[in-house]
Ligand binder design. Structure first.
Ligand SMILES: Cc1ncc(C[n+]2csc(CCOP(=O)(O)OP(=O)(O)O)c2C)c(N)n1
Ligand SMILES: [Mg+2]
Length: 274
């Protein structure tokens, strides 16, 4: 898929996630729309994964450490055929559904249950180290929120990834500048994350527009290099990207649109799909 097709797909998947959230009357739309371009790009242009080979020992591994963005993750996996989209949209967050409000590894294609922030990268380090020990070539991709960087476990993991030379590990920071209650820089400033990681010994790059498929594809290609250093992409995204009245507002972290907002959001997204 080229970058234009990827962008169109990401906007279609925004509509699916929005529908699931609206039906369930719960979800984290801000973080979903911030990260959905990254997920769409990974699952349709970068990672070696497929629904036919969920247990293939050589598959790439993916962990959505900011597990609250599960509505985007389920949409991307459903679109790749890991499970039916209809089942996701119709049962999300309902009693008895496997499509619970954070990633659930009973579903095919989900490697790790997440939701309690700060655990994805430490486990990703273990997965990447296991690949080295088993002499396998797979890569491990972990998406972390920028508010999530307040969890100290990440910094321990950043250090150990360098210690073990995990150049098969790619950490993507969804750097939208917001967390649940306001700006990351007001709540717990992270500053220049790439500069910090370089001091730790990572190969860290900034992606100026983390919702742009061309820039994301280029960054992921760069991260395929095996140079002894773990890779980090600091993707400067817009929380709520794709719907003007949702963009860049902490209040939309887990706000559910009312009927009027739902139709306005769909209209705006469909305008971008066509
Ligand atoms: C350990 C832990 N503490 C608190 C929360 C509650 N929580 C859910 S989302 C969130 C904010 C996360 O912000 P960020 O990582 O920037 O995510 P994004 O902006 O991409 O939505 C918080 C504090 C949690 N899920 N886990
Ligand atoms: Mg954030």
């Amino acid at each position: 898929m080229d970058k234009k097709q990827l962008k169109a797909k990401a906007n279609e998947l925004r509509c699916d996630a929005l529908e699931a959230i609206y039906r369930a009357q719960t979800g984290h739309i801000g973080g979903d729309f911030s990260v959905i371009d990254i997920l769409t790009c990974l699952y349709n242009g970068v990672m070696n994964v497929s629904p036919e080979q969920v247990d293939d020992p050589d598959r790439d591994r993916f962990v959505l450490s900011k597990g609250h963005s599960v509505e985007a993750f389920y949409a991307v996996l459903a679109d790749r055929g890991f499970f039916p989209m209809e089942e996701y949209i119709n049962t999300f967050s309902q009693c008895g559904s496997k499509f619970i409000g954070h990633p659930n590894n009973e579903l095919p294609g989900i490697e790790m249950n997440t939701g309690s922030l700060g655990h994805g990268l430490p486990v990703g380090v273990g997965m990447a180290l296991a690949a080295k020990l088993d002499k396998r070539d797979y890569r491990v991709y972990v998406v972390i929120g920028d508010g999530e960087l307040a969890e100290g476990s990440n910094w321990e993991a950043f250090q150990s990834a360098v210690h073990y030379g995990l150049d098969n590990l790619i950490a993507i920071v969804d750097r939208n500048g917001l967390q649940i209650s306001g700006s990351t820089e007001d709540v717990m400033a992270s500053g220049d994350v790439a500069a910090k990681l370089r001091v730790f010994g990572w190969d860290a790059i900034d992606v100026e527009d983390g919702n742009d498929m061309g820039q994301l594809l280029e960054a992921f290609e760069h991260c395929k290099e095996r140079n002894g250093k773990p890779h980090a992409i600091i993707a400067h995204t817009v929380k709520g990207s794709g719907v003007s009245f949702i963009e860049n507002k902490a209040s939309w972290h887990h706000h559910v649109p009312n009927e009027e907002q739902y139709h306005a959001a769909l209209k705006e997204l469909k305008g971008q799909v066509e």
